[in-house]
Design a binder for this molecule. Sequence first.
Ligand code: HEM
Length: 409
Amino acid sequence: MTPYPAAVPYGRLLDPAHRSDPYPQFAELAREPVHRIDDHVWAVGGHAEISRLLRDPRLSAQEPAEFGPDTPLGSDGQPFRGPFLRQDPPHHDTLRGQTMHQFVPRILGLRPKIEDLVTELVDGLDGASELDVVSALAYPLPVAVICELLGVPRSEEPVFHGFAARLTRALDPPESFTSEELADVAKTREDWRAYLTPMIVQRLTEPGDDLISGLLTDGDPAERMTMVELATTLGLLLIAGHETTVNLIANGTLALLRTPDVLARLRADPDLAPAVVEEVLRYDPPVQLTSRLTTADVRIGDTNVPEGDRVLLLLAAGNRDPRRFADPDRFWPERPDNRHLAFGSGVHYCLGAALARMEGQAALTAIATRLAAPRLVADPPPYRPNTILRGPAELRVAVGASAQRFTTA
Ligand code: HEM
């Protein structure tokens, strides 16, 4: 249920009937520098304005929170405020810094492992004449990668998979929840912490060389994450890195199959994969918008947006801003200067961008080089209802009689 009628562009954007092509709605919302959605909600769709606002410290990523006597404390001694994606500096920077310190060195050597995982998944298709790219490749790959990174055994992948879906639902706007769903969101967070606790305790007693052990044992003990911060950060890595990467792979496959000349070029030259992935991220971004609250009056164009209002930053609109990108509705990997907004900007710039790129490049290269004559079975495919993390629910692809051998570059 959305409180906005279909007569207004934002109402149409939220309406699942428009999910397969939200871009006319985004273009309408981006027609003016700032579009008033209602009394205290605004939308911004220009590339330059979004880039500027994502770096403006007067826009806060923190949601208003109520603290009670049972609220646990964070490592700054303040009531815990949730994942660092939804916290402002300075504590955001501390938690992000500790996470990056463990995350970055571990992903550097991960490319061959990701290519092996993709090969294994594609080999598993074993000459099938039709496949669903979402369930066969896009869903299992990011879960396997995050389990590898956290040092979680592969037998736990189905459990992670289940939590990813439940925790991701918790990211949708609270006004779209029934009271039962709100209770389920709270229960999911509790279940996640209960599930992780034995894993954390085991690594406290016997630290390994995985990311969880690193977060538990590295640095000054007085500054380390509290248990609730650690469980929340691991949940953030799972949800921020899961559905987003699923959508990158599914949106990329869709764009390639709709643009056979690009598919043919990628098949002939897998070195084109990085440019293809950047163009998918611009053309059909997995995270379509993000939101901030103003902590002071902020001028956008000729409009004064008052303190305390919500500003929706329409990344998908900024990525097709005709003032920034020539021929913005064309899927064109060779476009020059493709500095899109798919990973955001400023202090919350995506921490997993390099990993997402590796996964996207490996998966789309496999689609182009290993599937013989792939064709879409349904166009447009059915979409999941989510507005923000938007992507196909399934993507059925028919393939020729035999799959070719996959060769890694
Ligand atoms: C194509 C895939 C991905 C896309 C499009 C994406 C997009 C984004 C965006 C737009 C933000 C900023 C949100 C905001 O400013 O409100 C963000 C933040 C974040 N992303 Fe990603 N992401 C992807 C994959 C990943 C992966 C694979 C991981 C890790 C495993 C990850 C971890 C994070 C984290 C931890 C943040 C919060 C950063 C902070 O608050 O400092 N993301 N991502």
